[in-house]
Ligand binder design. Structure first.
Ligand code: DGY
Length: 322
């Protein structure tokens, strides 16, 4: 009975039960339980009486959606990225958006470095070599390359980028970086600032860690791949659409670059028959940057706490547009 008096929060997809349990302490939850993305019209209908929305990356949260949510006080999502949320539309209505920074920093950096190191030693191909019974007297044909003494260029060096750089430095790598604005701490952190073009030309590994915005969409395309070394490894742990996927396919097919290791791709999910996979020069994981049990737990709790704070018109623990 009492739960009916609690404010209504719409959870627009499958989320962790620990986050739901936290949220249920102070809210009535209506959750989309299907494995398919929630239809927009259904979401609009459900939002009519809702004060909170736990959104999902498949849903565009914009003025059109908000027009159906007259009582909405807060939106939150269990991700640090918010490229599916039109923040200015929320701000115009005085609605805060809560995301999950900091709690995933080391976890995403660990995955990024794992991809970098595994691709450098061609781990996927060498595992396959053994699985296919080819390890007889023949030596592995998939030879790797050292990390020590090589140059890692990071495009988009924020909190996560810095955590990746620290790991790379521990392996003896030199770090170049390119951001819109130069970091104040770069000299003390042993990071060398340069133009995007210089970074692309000088790096043995180019790693993209930028959020997806109008300015970064498609920022790595054929002109950028043409500047990279033919032995270059390309790593993307930011957002798939920062890269022009067909330009990446061409760069791999023509030997403009050597290999790509990707946590994020465009499109997601990547179909089995996608030309990127047919290049045979990629290692792709399904957007698992933050996917450890500990970190997903923290992200779910932070999302629930963001929603609860918003419902009570208190400052959110992590707010994008405060
Ligand atoms: C995020 O939180 O935006 C990351 O992409 C999670 O993996």
């Amino acid at each position: 009975m009492e739960s009916n008096k609690k404010p209504l929060v719409i959870v627009a997809g499958k989320v962790r039960v620990d986050g739901l349990a936290k949220l249920a302490e102070g809210a009535t939850i209506r959750q989309w339980q299907e494995s398919t993305p929630m239809p927009r019209e259904t979401l609009k209908e459900w939002l009519r009486d809702a004060v909170g929305l736990w959104s999902s990356k498949h849903i565009k949260v914009d003025a059109d959606l908000l027009a159906s949510a007259p009582n909405l006080k807060v939106v939150a999502q269990d991700s640090v990225g918010y490229d599916n949320i039109v923040i200015s539309d929320l701000t115009a209505k005085g609605i805060p958006h809560g995301n999950t920074p900091h709690v995933l920093t080391d976890t995403v950096a660990e995955l990024a470095f794992t991809l970098l190191a595994a691709a450098s030693r061609r781990i996927v191909e060498n595992v396959e070599f053994v699985k296919q019974g080819l390890w007889t007297k023949q030596r592995p044909i998939h030879i790797g390359r050292d990390l020590k003494g090589t140059t890692l260029g990071i495009i988009g060096l924020g909190e996560i980028g810095l955590a990746i750089a620290k790991r790379a430095q521990a392996f003896g790598m030199h770090i170049l970086y390119h951001n819109r604005t130069r970091r104040k701490d770069d000299v003390t952190q042993n990071l060398t600032y340069c133009t995007k073009e210089e970074l692309l030309a000088k790096s043995d590994t180019v790693l993209v860690m930028t959020p997806l915005t109008d300015a970064t969409r498609g920022m790595i395309g054929s002109a950028e791949f043409a500047l990279m070394k033919s032995e270059a490894l390309f790593v993307n742990v930011g957002r798939g659409a920062v890269v022009d996927t067909s330009a990446l396919v061409t760069a791999l097919e023509t030997g403009q670059i050597a290999y790509a290791a990707l946590d994020v791709v465009d499109p997601e999910p990547l179909p089995k028959e996608h030309p990127l996979l047919a290049t045979g020069k990629v290692m792709i994981v399904p957007h698992i940057g933050s996917f450890t049990n500990e970190t997903r737990h923290e992200m779910a709790l932070l999302t629930a706490n963001n929603l609860m704070a918003g419902i009570h018109e208190e400052p959110l623990p992590a707010c994008v547009n405060e």
